[in-house]
Write a protein that binds this ligand. Structure first.
Ligand code: ZN
Length: 147
């Protein structure tokens, strides 16, 4: 790897030479290697992987995507991190950013930032939880928030 990292114009990503993680743009971060997806799921319940595959499958249909398993969960990035999956005891918490505040009974948590950006939390209990409504939020997040 070259000093200063490698920009991949095809995938529109920059990879850090120190830790190998990919980002949508060159940015400062705490260097820590990402886990391979297989290693992340090796000791985890199958339902968590099924939920992950449903989310990833939808997002990959939209365009370039960076998937980064870390200690607390899995990050989905484009130019910025726009969605996360974090395992909890009884569900997987999906968080996604929108440039507005969405209202829905399934949204159990919102975190407003100091701009119009709002992160929304939804509890996923199976791959079937990723239905048309959740896919539409993920699409909006990918197209309007992530870039
Ligand atoms: Zn790094």
């Amino acid at each position: 790897m070259t000093h200063g990292g490698a920009y991949d114009p095809r995938r529109e990503t920059w990879s850090c030479p120190a830790c190998g993680r990919e980002f949508g743009k060159r940015q400062s971060h705490v260097c820590a290697p990402a886990l391979p997806v297989e290693a992340y799921f090796a000791e985890r319940p199958a339902v968590e992987r099924e939920i992950f595959e449903a989310v990833r499958g939808h997002l990959e249909s939209l365009g370039p995507l960076i998937v980064e398993p870390v200690g607390v969960g899995i990050l989905f990035k484009r130019k910025r991190t726009f969605a996360e999956l974090r395992p909890r005891a009884k569900w997987v918490a999906l968080s996604f950013g929108l440039n507005r505040r969405a209202e829905d009974a399934r949204i159990t948590r919102t975190t407003k930032t100091n701009t119009a950006r709002t992160y929304h939390g939804v509890r996923l209990t199976s791959a079937a939880s990723i239905d048309d409504v959740v896919r539409a939020w993920l699409t909006e997040s990918y197209l309007e928030f992530a870039g």
